[in-house]
Design a protein around this ligand. Structure first.
Ligand code: PLP
Length: 295
């Protein structure tokens, strides 16, 4: 990944009345060391983040990403991010992205330095990987047990399952396991047999004429890309649904996709060695929509 730009933010209190936050931003060299050794994001993965897809310098679904950052902060007992401050930071960073093509902006809010007074916050910009082949040719996935039941998130909110925390070691381990099994990616399933999400993406199934995704009931992240695609599908008159999806439904799917902010819609070509047809035209129309400027 080529890092283009990075900005450290001095986080404002959520009720800070300022309208211009330029003075709270400090540009840093993205290739130079920047964090203190006492930083809790690196010591404990204690913090939250967002990855925003950027097309021709336009940050996609910024409102939904800022909403989710605030939701994650609440779940993690982090100070409420000042929405306008973060919006302005993204605006500044987006200007440094490639004028043409795809980039990725990351927002990071960590608990800060151990015994330190404030959280640490920063925003980065990098060129996105070329995902055109995967969008066209698709991915093979395997189902992997997430190790908890569908009701665990409600019983154990301290597991932070609906927050986008920096603790992604488990998610990365799942992708490595999928690769060991000859696939490209994974779909997590609950230990009592319900479909959840991929380690870095949401799952959408087409069953007959309906588009279905597992309900974000606390155990999974509510994907901004899935949310946006459902709005688009509804505008086109398609039926969409959030459901508690049993694993057996995977075999009934006529088509399936993993959706995420940077890779966008990756069609699934096989689930656990059961081949799945790819609707190339529909997938291309999804990605065309997802690459168009979205709020
Ligand atoms: N679920 C998980 C666990 C993720 O990490 C991600 C994105 O990184 C998603 C779903 C998809 O979210 P989005 O579409 O907002 O990128």
């Amino acid at each position: 990944m080529t890092w283009r730009f990075a900005l450290v933010i001095d986080p404002a209190a959520s009720d800070d009345p300022r309208t211009d936050f330029a003075a709270t931003f400090r540009v840093i060299d993205p290739s130079a060391p920047a964090l203190s050794v006492g930083e809790l994001s690196t010591q404990r993965g204690d913090g939250i983040f967002e990855s925003i897809g950027v097309v021709d310098r336009h940050p996609q679904e910024l409102i939904a990403h800022l909403d989710r950052l605030a939701h994650s902060a609440e779940l993690c007992d982090l100070p409420v991010p000042h929405r306008e401050q973060w919006r302005q930071a993204v605006e500044v960073v987006a200007e440094q992205c490639a004028e043409r093509g795809e980039s990725v902006i990351k927002l990071i809010l960590s608990r800060g330095v151990e015994h330190g007074p404030t959280p640490t916050a920063w925003v980065t910009a990098a060129d996105a990987a070329d995902n055109s082949a995967v969008r066209e040719h698709g991915i093979r996935v395997v189902t992997l047990d997430r190790g908890y039941g569908i009701d665990t998130p409600a019983r154990a909110p301290w597991l932070l399952l609906g927050a986008k925390t920096l603790s992604y070691a488990v998610n990365m381990a799942a992708i490595r396991e999928a690769k060991r099994r000859g696939a490209d990616d994974a779909i997590f399933v609950s230990s009592d047999g319900f479909v959840l999400e991929a380690p870095t993406a949401s799952l959408v199934l087409r069953i007959g004429s309906s588009f279905v995704t597992p309900a974000p009931n606390g155990g999974i992240l509510h994907g901004t890309t899935q949310l946006s695609l459902f709005e688009h599908l509804q505008e086109l008159g398609h039926e969409t649904a959030y459901e508690t999806v049993p694993v057996s439904a995977l075999a009934k799917a006529d088509a399936a996709w993993l959706l995420s902010s940077v890779r966008l819609a990756a069609p699934i070509t096989a689930i656990d060695d059961a081949e799945l047809a790819v609707d190339r035209e529909l997938t291309a129309s999804f990605n065309q929509y997802l690459l168009s400027p979205r709020a």
